[in-house]
Design a protein around this ligand. Structure first.
Ligand SMILES: [Mg+2]
Ligand SMILES: [Zn+2]
Length: 192
């Protein structure tokens, strides 16, 4: 807990979190609450992050909206259900609805979603993390100047071969990543 040693740094550390394959199970173009599946460790991982004082910010590419596979409303229903099951522990969701060929500014690994988050919250990017199951998630973190973690759930096993640069962490799943990150933070703070 922040006990006042950091009063000259009022910025929050954030976990930028990919949704599909990282926070929840990968379902191709998830569009129905009935198909939403938490991992067995999802709730524990989020609780651990929250108790460690991180902002939790979901960044998700949802090109199914731009491709007219499902409506934006369907995605918002899924996010509302995620929040309900996590007792509102996600601080914000940002999404990109565009197909890849639109070359928008928000689709990961572009930075518009993180830039919007930084306008909405006061974030210490250097001490924040981007966690995801795809090489583009890791790249997003590199582009933003955060620490980076790849999880081996979702596309992780496949995408580990696509990494251009080594992330700070490769973890079996979100809970293992979070355990490492929160221990890491404790060690860092006790040494400072
Ligand atoms: Mg993903
Ligand atoms: Zn976009």
């Amino acid at each position: 807990m922040n006990t006042g040693n950091f009063t000259d740094n009022p910025k929050s550390r954030a976990i930028f979190l990919d949704r599909d394959g990282t926070l929840i199970e990968e379902v191709n173009f998830l569009s129905r609450v009935a198909d939403l599946r938490f991992f067995p460790f999802t709730i524990q991982a989020i609780n651990l992050l929250k108790n460690s004082g991180f902002l939790i910010i979901v960044l998700t590419n949802q090109s199914g909206i731009g491709r007219k596979i499902f409506e934006e409303k369907a995605m918002h229903e899924i996010h509302a259900e995620i929040q309900y099951r996590l007792r509102d522990k996600i601080d914000a969701f940002y999404f990109c609805p565009h197909p890849p060929d639109e070359n928008c500014a928000c689709r990961k690994p572009s930075l518009a979603m993180i830039e919007t988050a930084c306008a909405d919250f006061t974030i210490d990017l250097e001490n924040s993390w981007m966690i995801g199951d795809k090489a583009i998630d890791v790249e997003t973190g590199f582009n933003a100047g955060t620490k980076t973690a790849l999880v081996l759930t979702g596309y992780g096993q496949k995408d580990v071969a696509k990494l251009q640069k080594k992330p700070d962490l490769i973890a079996e799943n979100l809970l293992e990543a979070v355990k490492t990150i929160t221990n890491y933070e404790q060690i860092r703070h006790s040494n400072s």
